[in-house]
Write a protein that binds this ligand. Structure first.
Ligand SMILES: N[C@@H](CCC(=O)N[C@@H](CS)C(=O)NCC(=O)O)C(=O)O
Length: 209
C-alpha cells in the first residue's frame, strides 16, 4: 500500500482531513461509510478504531491514526510545504496549537454528546432542553474563537488547518445561517475556504451548498 486511506462520512470531521490531504497534495483514497450503521463497514471501523469514529486514517505503511488534530499535525510534519500548521519557530505556533486543540476538545464533543441525547440515556422529556442548553454553550465556545479570530485567515494572513475546521464545523448544528449571524469573522474565514477552487468541490459534496 502506498497511499493513505481515509475512512470518513459525509459532513463529518473527516471532511477536514480530506481538505488537508488536498492541500498537502497527499495521495489518498476516501472510503465513505455509514459509520454509525451496524454492518461490515462499521465492524471493520471498530477493528481499526475502538471508538468507531471518523476520521480514521490508514497510513501508507498500514498503521492506523485517529483523532483529527493528531492527523493534522502528522500531515503538517509530512508535507511542510502545505503550511497546515505554523513552523515550530513561528510565533503563531502556540496560538495555532491552542485553538486547534480547543476546536477538537471543547467544541467538537458538544456534537458527540448532544446530537443524539437518547444515546446517553437522557429521558425523552429532557432531550429538547438539553439540546438547547448545549447549543447555547457551543455558541459561547464559538464566541471565544470569534473574539480572537483574525481575517482573512484565523491566524491573519497565513492559512492554517484551523481555517479548514471552521469551514467544516460551521455547518454543524445549529447550522451555517445562525453561525453567520453570530460569527462574522469566522464566516469570512470559512467563506474564503469554500470559495477556494481547491476545496469548493469537497465542501459542496458534503454540505450541499
Ligand atoms: N476527537 C475526534 C472526534 C471524531 C468524531 O467524534 N467523529 C464523529 C463523526 S463527525 C464520530 O465518529 N462520531 C461517532 C461516535 O462518537 O460514536 C476527532 O477529532 O477526530
Amino acid at each position: 500500500m502506498s497511499k493513505y486511506v481515509l475512512i470518513g462520512s459525509k459532513g463529518c470531521g473527516s471532511v477536514v482531513i480530506e481538505l488537508a490531504m488536498l492541500k498537502a497534495g497527499a495521495e489518498f483514497e476516501l472510503e465513505e461509510i455509514p459509520y454509525l450503521e451496524p454492518g461490515p463497514d462499521r465492524d471493520r471501523l471498530l477493528e481499526l478504531n475502538p471508538l468507531g469514529q471518523v476520521p480514521t486514517l490508514i497510513m501508507p505503511d498500514g498503521d492506523v491514526m485517529t483523532e483529527s488534530a493528531a492527523i493534522i499535525l502528522h500531515l503538517a510534519d509530512a508535507f511542510p510545504d502545505a503550511k497546515l500548521a505554523p513552523a515550530t519557530s513561528d510565533r503563531q505556533r502556540p496560538a495555532f496549537l491552542r485553538w486547534l486543540i480547543y476546536l477538537v476538545s471543547e467544541i467538537y464533543p458538544t456534537s458527540t454528546f448532544s446530537d443524539d441525547p437518547a444515546r446517553w440515556q437522557l429521558p425523552k422529556d429532557a432531550q429538547d432542553g438539553y439540546k438547547r442548553t448545549v447549543d447555547q454553550y457551543r455558541k459561547t465556545l464559538w464566541g471565544h474563537v470569534e473574539d480572537v479570530a483574525d481575517t482573512p485567515c484565523f491566524l491573519g494572513n497565513d492559512f492554517s488547518a484551523i481555517d479548514l475546521y471552521i469551514a467544516v464545523m460551521r455547518n454543524w448544528r445549529p447550522g451555517r445561517k445562525e453561525f453567520s449571524q453570530s460569527f462574522p469573522k469566522l464566516t469570512e474565514i470559512a467563506d474564503n475556504i469554500a470559495n477556494d477552487p481547491m476545496f469548493s468541490g469537497v465542501l459542496k459534496r458534503n454540505f450541499d451548498t
